[in-house]
Design a protein around this ligand. Structure first.
Ligand code: GUN
Length: 310
């Protein structure tokens, strides 16, 4: 089998242009553009890149965006004050506090303080509860992006065996809820699962969200399965890179390690997945691109719901 590569690029571009058209229409019909406020604390380099992407994409598609950057040693009171003021401000439709937060801040307290109607990450317990009960809610962006990739690539979900490896609140658990809503038979596997390869080989749709580079190997993949790789790991080990990439890609990867010190690798061994899977999302260029596109979509959805317009 030589897997079809499901590129996130075209799908993310389509979603962004649909959202841009919707924003233009809201401006014409109702005289407002939705507003997204992004909060970043400290100088985590990965967070700086992610937030930069979010702010830049907002501007590209016509959202109003605000970037609030607080120092690493910010007090709880200061961050709480900012979130409260964003909750109160009528013109702010979406609030995103980039995680992780520094140790002195209780992440859960901050997430629970965000107005659920502005919670464009879908992390607030009210939105988690609504999603699990099948109600309209703001849905976490990465798993929502996975559903878009499956649907727009015309991969059937209903009645299929979907197996998710990883049970995080950001990806694994909401992914399970969304696949269930699409009538898949859903299994969640994790570090305590016995005989993981036996479980994952049953999957028609296998979602890997573990956070370990190349963890899912050929032995985990059923012939012809759709493999969705949610992992984003920095790999600097040349031997590991050689093990993960075939002749078609290894030179490019080694050059990246040489130049930047690392190459971006998913949770799936790409060389082995290409041999066994029917469909496969690459890293980079797969699910990651959808996350920002879905954040834009969520912000417009939040704005419409809050302001009572269609
Ligand atoms: N950090 C890593 N992923 C995310 C995400 O989706 N949202 C937020 N707020 N922080 C993150």
């Amino acid at each position: 089998m030589n897997a079809r590569i499901l590129s996130g690029k075209d799908i993310a571009e389509s979603i962004k242009s649909e959202v841009a058209a919707d924003i233009a229409r809201l401006k014409t019909e109702y005289g407002f553009a939705p507003c997204l406020a992004v909060v970043r604390v400290g100088d985590d380099p990965a967070s700086a890149v992610y937030v930069g992407n979010k702010v830049r994409t907002s501007e590209e598609i016509g959202l109003v965006s605000e970037h609030h950057h607080l120092p690493e040693n910010v007090s709880r009171a200061e961050l709480v004050g900012l979130v409260r003021s964003l909750n109160w401000r009528e013109e702010v439709d979406g609030i995103l506090v980039q995680l992780p937060l520094p140790d002195q801040i209780n992440e859960r307290e901050i997430i629970e303080m965000i107005d659920p109607d502005k919670d464009v990450d879908g992390f607030h317990p009210v939105n988690v509860g609504r999603l699990s009960q099948g109600e309209k809610s703001l849905v976490p962006c990465t798993p929502a992006g996975v559903i878009e990739i499956l649907k727009r690539s015309e991969i059937e979900i209903g009645g299929k065996n979907a197996v998710i490896v990883g049970r995080s609140n950001i990806v694994g658990k909401p992914m399970a809820m969304l696949l269930l809503q699409e009538n898949a038979t859903v299994t969640i596997c994790h570090s305590r699962t016995r005989d993981l390869p036996e479980m994952t080989r049953r999957a028609d749709i296998l979602v890997a969200a573990i956070g370990r580079p190349g963890f899912i190997r050929g032995e985990h993949i059923g012939e012809g399965a759709t493999v969705i790789d949610v992992g984003i790991n920095n790999v600097s080990d040349v031997d590991l890179a050689r093990d993960l990439f075939g002749d078609d890609e290894i030179e490019k990867r080694l050059a990246a390690i040489e130049k930047r010190g690392f190459t971006l690798v998913g949770d799936v061994n790409p060389r082995e997945a290409k041999e066994k899977a029917g469909n496969f999302t690459p890293v980079p260029g797969g699910v990651g691109l959808l996350t920002v596109a879905m954040l834009m979509k969520n912000t417009v959805e939040a704005a419409k719901t809050r302001r009572g317009v269609e």
